[in-house]
Write a protein that binds this ligand. Structure first.
Ligand code: GLP
Length: 262
């Protein structure tokens, strides 16, 4: 795991976007990118947009896959993740909407919707770089504590904490769906590269557990300790409870030039 501690959220966005851009350039025009919703990756998307606007990066032929979706929100619902991905990712990054997918939380058969989504990811060649945020309870995607570390895309029940956290986007907590479809932890682990971004003190415990805690389903994101290519990009507040923060800073400062993407 590479842990990079940045002084501001904007800086973290620039560094995370640098890693995504590096993978995209190495992989070519049809790079497959996994996208997360939530506020965490917005600075990353802003910096990717800047790179696209300047002509440094072109994602017009790339493929995109969202991590998760609420169950039961009708297509076009402004808080459905399909809509959020359209407005925060597909449009600003000038991607082809026919190549950007979200799990179908409105499917008649939710049991087959998960495996079908996995098939779409496989058909595109697998995810080259997965962009992740993290929930305050350590969830990635919507894999709440207790999720199988080998899980695949499936229906899950959201915790009350997650519904409360996400109620800021809805009129009240009662309007936040109870269920979701999410890529599983096993699915996320198949991405070739993972870039996780977190900001703010509300994420400090989750990050400490994910990076330095024992691997276990109590902190689902900790499964990433088994992944061979993970970049964790934090602001100071999210890094505040890391015991080895000084070592991460030193490592970054002395990183060989050939390894740099920032
Ligand atoms: C949401 C999403 C996750 C996201 C997380 C954190 O519920 N399903 O993909 O990473 O919670 O959200 P935020 O970045 O807004 O804090």
């Amino acid at each position: 795991m590479e842990v990079i501690i940045c002084s501001t959220a904007a800086d973290a966005g620039r560094v995370a976007a640098g890693k995504v851009a590096q993978v995209a350039k190495a992989r070519g025009p049809e790079v497959v990118i996994g996208f997360s919703t939530g506020s965490s990756p917005l600075a990353t998307y802003a910096d990717l947009t800047r790179r696209i606007d300047s002509g440094e990066l072109d994602l017009s032929q790339a493929w995109g896959f969202a991590l998760d979706e609420y169950v039961g929100l009708e297509p076009g619902h402004p808080e459905s993740y399909a809509e959020v991905i359209r407005t925060t990712v597909t449009e600003p990054l000038r991607m082809n909407p026919e190549r950007v997918f979200t799990p179908n939380g409105f499917a008649e058969n939710l049991q087959t919707a998960g495996p079908e989504y996995e098939e779409q990811i496989r058909a595109a060649g697998g995810i080259d770089v997965q962009i992740l945020g993290v929930g305050a309870n350590g969830h990635i995607g919507f894999n709440e504590p207790g999720s199988s570390l080998a899980s695949r895309t499936r229906i899950k029940t959201l915790t009350t904490q997650t519904r409360q956290d996400n109620s800021r986007f809805f009129a009240s907590i009662d309007d936040v769906p109870r269920h979701c479809l999410t890529q599983g932890l096993g699915t996320i682990m198949e991405a070739k590269n993972v870039v996780l971004v977190a900001q703010g003190e509300g994420k400090a415990d989750a990050i400490a557990g994910l990076v330095e805690g024992p691997v276990g389903s109590g902190c689902p994101g900790s499964v990433l300790q088994f992944h061979p290519s993970v970049t964790i990009v934090l602001d100071e507040a999210a890094a505040a409870r890391l015991e080895r923060a000084d070592h991460y800073r030193e490592t970054f400062e002395h990183k060989p030039q050939w390894q740099r993407f920032e």
